[in-house]
Design a protein around this ligand. Sequence first.
Ligand code: NAD
Length: 479
Amino acid sequence: MNHPSIRLYIDGAFVDGRGALRLEVRNPADGVLLTDYAAADDADLRAAVAAAARGFAVWSRKLALERFRIITAATALIRERAAAIARILTLEQGKPLAEALREVQLSADIIDFLAEEAKRLAARGVPPRTAGVLSQTVQRVPIGPVAAFTPWNFPANLPARKIGGALAAGCSLILKPDEQVPGTCLEFVRAFHDAGLPPGVLNVVLGHPPHISSTLIAEPAIAKISFTGSVPVGKQLGELAARHMKRYTAELGGHAPVVVCADADAQAVARLAVVAKFRNAGQVCASPVRLLVQRARLDAFRDAFVAGTQALKVGDGLAEGTNFGPLVNERRLALMQQLVDDALACGGRLLCGGRRIERPGWFYAPTVIEGAPERARLQSEEPFGPIALLDAFDDLDEAIARANALPYGLAAYAFTRDLATAHRLGQELQAGMVGINHFGVSQPETPFGGVKESGIGHESGLEGLLGCTELKLVSVAAP
Ligand code: NAD
């Protein structure tokens, strides 16, 4: 089966980019070229901005119910086409097909939830303090055309959060998915196209990311910027957004701690932690990184965690039974090796993995390192890959202090059977999302976002919708 051709989507039409730059899409499982395509040039970007401005004028005036009908017609098509979309996702990004299929289905659920919430966005009436004022309502209105940027690790889910939030709220959107994995997002867009979304409401551009973002952020018609990616790029876009007084949502990196108390079932937690850590080969912003285990249970946890890690079935995501696929590109292999070599040189002990797997494609062995000292880069730099750090702690104060020691604050996890300890950890772990006794903190219905340098604002949940709205007071006096 031929890989679908990659085009831009502007003003309701799939069009070839007019830029001189050509970009490649490769299969990370074998490095083979799937397709190449032309980037957007400045005229394409201007066309997308003009289309988004027209699209906003049309879409923002529709009733939430009308928007709901079109959006859910699109998600019905996404569900019908889920198997084919998941195959594209695995080919471009590498994750196991079953994970890709779940991601596509969950993405449809995220969009549906946001469209559903938009139907019940209530205005607030405030009693007037002046005679003759008939009503004062605080309304939630669509913020305007949004420019959004997503990375490569969840090619369906991350675009779905941007599309769902913006479109449900009545905004138009210019989305720039990651250039290495554009096919999944374009299939989502095709579903919206086929469901009758008016032209200009949703637009997709691809090209040189810094050029596209600096161009779009400076455009007066663009009201809001939404970025998912690393902390350094998130800060750069935040500076640009501030310069142009644009609203800004940033979903950035994490370095999640897992506090395993001595009263938890260490072996059961280790089994859960293997799945959470190595899902999508660890290329997950909320992925557990620092496994802090109370000393009495360290041996039991270590044995079970390493055994589970070594039992992972490494392979092409399309092959039956694979639960650990390749990294997204070759550069990430080199980064993993640098981080591991540094941790070992600092005195960390390699328990398993620690090297590239000799086979075609970009596979890095699932890796566990124990006792890497604080000065090791891995203790403070986000690996965003299949590396787990194991360390012992003695008392809870120490574990909480270590968990909170980094500038990241996306997700944190803890395991205990003690109710008071669970409450304390829920209160004191500094993260936007804290999972106690499980790892499931990302749901369509709940807000996803970080504190500290992990980001500003939220996506998914009611808050994902509110982030695409602006407050407006309308006060009406008798004429
Ligand atoms: P990155 O910031 O370098 O790139 C992320 C995306 O932004 C890519 O698609 C890239 O092409 C694009 N990009 C890069 N520079 C840009 C610019 N100047 N303007 C616009 N777009 C630009 O990060 P990466 O290492 O490729 O991606 C992984 C990062 O994303 C990790 O830090 C991870 O934690 C984070 N992430 C966060 C979330 C979240 O919801 N908090 C979700 C997924 C990934």
